[in-house]
Design a protein around this ligand. Sequence first.
Ligand SMILES: NC(=O)c1ccc[n+]([C@@H]2O[C@H](COP(=O)([O-])OP(=O)(O)OC[C@H]3O[C@@H](n4cnc5c(N)ncnc54)[C@H](OP(=O)(O)O)[C@@H]3O)[C@@H](O)[C@H]2O)c1
Length: 345
Amino acid sequence: MEEIRLGTVGTGSIVHHILDAVSAAEGIRCTAVYSHSREKAEALAAEYNIPGIYTNHETMLSDPAVNCVYIASPNSLHFPQMMQALRHGKHVICEKPLCPTVREVREAAALAEANHLMLAEAVPTMHLANYRCLEEALTEIGAVRTVSCRYGKYSSRYDALKGGSIPNVFSLKYAGGCLADINYYNLYLCAALFGQPEKLNYKAEIWPGAADTSGTAVLQYPGITAYCCGAKDKDLASYVWIEGERGRIFIPGGANGIRELWVYTEKGREIMNPDKNLISPEIRQYLSARTGREANPFRWYLEICSLTKLFLMEDHAALRRLLAVSETTAAMTELARESAGIHFV
Ligand SMILES: NC(=O)c1ccc[n+]([C@@H]2O[C@H](COP(=O)([O-])OP(=O)(O)OC[C@H]3O[C@@H](n4cnc5c(N)ncnc54)[C@H](OP(=O)(O)O)[C@@H]3O)[C@@H](O)[C@H]2O)c1
């Protein structure tokens, strides 16, 4: 593959973050947008100078100028839209959560494999040099015993929920909820580092007629207990602590984006952030200006650069390893919903 030519699905703020990253990255450009609304599609296309404008998903999928679809629609639409894209011979990058169920992840992965197409979930975590640094740091703190991941922000869409409407992000119909949204990053980090837990229990605050607005999942691994706490109904002190027998690691700001690592061992504290050397001052300035007050505006750029490299190299083995983590995370979210009595409709 010589270049990724994206067609986008959805027009929410994440699409802007990704298109900002695409504008700054090499080997990838956006050639088409799809939205329900012509007005929104035209506005997005004008902002990023994108030639193709579609109000029909299927028609965009027939456009030869598109070779890869980036899906950023409500969660329950990811699976049908990615299957449609794969059937049209397009590669797929899909926002997290890839699919609500393991069965769907496997089905999509099998179709991609059968058609020699690439499929990836858009979660920055494993694309970061800081993640690889975390894996190395883990070898310095002895056997891990406890993991505490907290990530929570009061959501403006929680106000809408309290006002009587059900925004997609809290909707059972659209596979929403805090676990599928903000706590997902915590579960994903645990899936990446430790795999599938032996036991998982999720205690959640559930809005009547809707999904969870906050909650804590307790993951039991042999010798390790991980607490994953997420909230959209309050601000949380957001961080990760990983505590081992001979040291501990702190991630300020939480699992999403792994901004920095503070590694405490018998040698003292060392602060690590190799990601910061990967972004030129010009790109740093451009992304900071585009994202305003966003706490960690570079994670999508690093994710897009990494995915572009994997797609251009057609590195199926690396993409399979990433999909395995997506599958484990889907399995964990299914178990969690089951234990808390959350049923998508
Ligand atoms: N990686 C990250 O940091 C990050 C951050 C935020 C969100 N996300 C993920 O990105 C995805 C989109 O999130 P979002 O907050 O933008 O969601 P959203 O606002 O609920 O919907 C996204 C887009 O889907 C379309 N849409 C909305 N309701 C629809 C419906 N009923 N039927 C069909 N299409 C509909 C809309 O686009 P049109 O009207 O233009 O068609 C909308 O812009 C989610 O899966 C979320 O988990 C990821």
